[in-house]
Design a protein around this ligand. Structure first.
Ligand SMILES: NC(=O)c1ccc[n+]([C@@H]2O[C@H](COP(=O)([O-])OP(=O)(O)OC[C@H]3O[C@@H](n4cnc5c(N)ncnc54)[C@H](OP(=O)(O)O)[C@@H]3O)[C@@H](O)[C@H]2O)c1
Length: 324
């Protein structure tokens, strides 16, 4: 298949693009050409790169036609944050039926677990009503509806995949305090005290970026099972902040030294940005079921949440060592 990956050099693309090349697809990556994949791979030599700035093309109303001109059998829509941008893509691909089947190109869209907002029960399943909050989650929910409605009408062939907190070698994962400052891992590694908000019982639901890539590859190769559907793409189980912290202390061979403060008090102990990130994570407290992706796509995540984080943190430590 000829596959266009929009935004293919980031967290997901780093793992997805080599997978697609290995599976024998002709891969075109569309991005601004500023970013490089986190992990080098020889497969990148076989990838065509097309320089497109989605924001600028969206603004000019030309984004959809730029992508349609690439004559893909499938478009992996990794960076799409507004319904208007998604609509441009649907409109442009609507008239592009690929021979010999005359079927519309597949759209594999990247959503987020944030579409669930505050679900009525957990683990949340894909069929549960959406209660998003915050601009990002609300727009991602609108995009999901737009794509699945267009698919029902026969105007698109779309699948929506909803990742959790993405983890992998090369970037800082959401830490056990719910924000991104890597000092939290340093403190744990030294066996120092870590203060958590509330009782540390809110959840985070990580996923290794290669497991997200696995789900995209499976959705691409099983259109009969995936088109018109949404799937959660998370690890087999979330972690409470408390259990996550304890797991990291154990990883570093230290005894957990956790303290807890009510939210209003805790947020005074970190920067404004850290508090905002933690609030976003604990207010959502994602806990997604992957039963549907397992059953229909054969999704089998290789990493638990903790394994994914440990790989990422170990990579950060090793890289610091190399730089020193
Ligand atoms: N990060 C998470 O934990 C998380 C969790 C759930 C869902 N998601 C979803 O994951 C998706 C993002 O995927 P990712 O994390 O793999 O991406 P990413 O690491 O943020 O990388 C972004 C990619 O898009 C390209 N890009 C950025 N701005 C662009 C523009 N204006 N025009 C064209 N290309 C552009 C970048 O390359 P250039 O800079 O070179 O253009 C790069 O290839 C989003 O849909 C997000 O909602 C993320």
């Amino acid at each position: 298949m000829r596959v266009v990956v929009i935004g293919g050099t980031g967290h997901i693309g780093t793992f997805l693009v080599p997978r697609l090349v290995k599976a024998g697809h002709d891969v075109i990556v569309a991005s601004r050409g500023k970013r490089k994949p986190y992990v080098p791979h020889p497969a990148w030599n076989q990838v065509q790169h097309v320089e497109i700035d989605r924001d600028a093309e969206d603004h000019a109303g030309t984004f959809g036609s730029c992508i349609a001109a690439l004559r893909a059998d499938a478009v992996v829509n990794l960076i799409c944050f507004t319904p208007e941008s998604a609509q441009q893509l649907v409109d442009a691909l609507k008239h592009r039926r690929s021979p010999p089947t005359s079927r519309l190109p597949l759209i594999l869209h990247c959503g987020t677990m944030w579409v669930h907002g505050r679900p009525a029960s957990v683990p949340v399943t894909e069929d549960m009503p959406r209660h998003p909050f915050g601009d990002y989650g609300i727009k991602k929910t609108a995009i999901e509806k737009l794509l699945l409605d267009a698919t029902r009408r026969g105007d698109a062939r779309a699948t929506v995949l909803h990742p959790g907190h993405m983890v992998g070698p090369g970037w800082n994962p959401v830490n056990p305090a719910g924000h991104f400052n890597p000092d939290v891992f340093t403190r744990i590694a030294r066996g120092d005290v870590l203060v958590l908000p509330n009782e540390g019982m809110e959840t985070v639901h990580h996923v290794h970026a290669d497991d997200v890539a696995q789900a995209f590859e499976l959705a691409l190769s099983n259109p009969d099972a995936s088109v018109g559907e949404s799937f959660h793409v998370v690890s087999p189980a979330p972690m409470t902040l408390r259990a996550y912290a304890e797991g990291m202390y154990a990883h570093f061979g230290k005894k957990p030294r956790l303290e807890f403060r009510p939210w209003e008090e805790w947020k005074q102990t970190v920067t404004e940005d850290e508090a905002a990130a933690t609030w976003d994570h604990i207010a959502h407290s994602p806990h997604g079921s992957i039963a549907k992706a397992r059953q229909r796509l054969g999704y089998a995540p290789r990493y638990s949440s903790l394994e994914a984080v440990i790989e990422s943190v170990s990579d950060r430590i090793n890289n610091q060592g190399r730089k020193a």
